[in-house]
Design a protein around this ligand. Sequence first.
Ligand code: V47
Length: 364
Amino acid sequence: MSSIKTITEKVDANQRLSFDEGVELFKSHDIVAVGRMANRLRERLNGNKAYYNVNRHINYTNVCVIDCQLCQGAYARKPGEDGGYTMLLNDVFRFAEQEYTDSLTEFHIVGGLNPSLPFSYYTDLLKGLKERFPGVHLKAFTMVELDFFVKVSKKPLEWVIDELRNAGLGSCPGGGAEIFAERVRPLIAGHKISGARWLEVAGAVHRAGVRSNATMLYGHLETVEERVDHLVRLRELQDETGGFNCFIPLAFHPEHTVLAHLPATSGMDDLKVIAVSRLMLDNFPHIKAYWVTLTPSLAQIALKFGADDLDGTIIEERIIHGAGTPTSKGMTRTTIEQLIRDAGREPVERDTLYNPVQRVSEFV
Ligand code: V47
């Protein structure tokens, strides 16, 4: 078994950590040592920069045929159930117009698996948004949605990805990964696609030249070994394709879900997940501290524990707010930049693909 000292020496020598070392890091109570190690690697990769973007979320439907314990009731509704909604395309465009400002660079678009929508809904949605907002990057559809589109269209996955890209898809968000391990995945994600399928779809997306993100939902029924397994599987795919931009650990919010009896994650665990993710995912360019699940204060501290990105300004995130996260629904650029500066980091507004955004005007 490696000690924290041996692991530190490996990290400093730029050597890859093993599965067992990942487990060892999760089991350590020395959060300061683990955090310092992750911070050194983060500074080697990203210097003093901390990234954010100006984005808005569009959740086009909450109707979903999957019986995920983590989402049903909190956000998702079964077809025909009270509280379900599906936006007509014109409603999507009207909503986007309301949300749009000159400083917006990304729409983050995800929804439930709604069997009443034809595949053309998704391509028309992208085309309609691209026509109206040609300068805004469309980060749309998780691997779970892409797999569903294959079933809806009855066409190969590669065809689905091509059609979406031709319609304006810029990249894909990292949702739906949950936790890959076969034991625990069905306990939180019902009949959602397997971890192996999620990775297969992500591989096809990357091979088509489209970049994507990856997430891990933690703080429910998973073991630390299952967390490390998730990270190692992502690291292996990234070795193969290089198509992941960023990794986002998502702290589980149990409120309003069928897992409401579970305790919320602790600050120690949240910071440890950020740090261990940074250390294990040595081939991921960015680690995002998602302020919506962590709270802005903890996300700020995470910038010293391995994270280099805070996600965006977001107004109206529905999925995790549906499960009771206490954070506000949006932040201004000024607030995000201040959080970053107060952490001693240099704020960099980025676009979805991490190119710096140059602003000529004052904050909007
Ligand atoms: O896949 C669902 C998670 C994800 C809960 O790619 C929950 O840039 C906590 O993927 N408590 C959607 N989490 C969000 C997501 C995301 C967020 C920000 C940026 C990016 C990106 C992606 O939210 C779902 C699921 O894993 N989730 N319910 C809950 N109760």
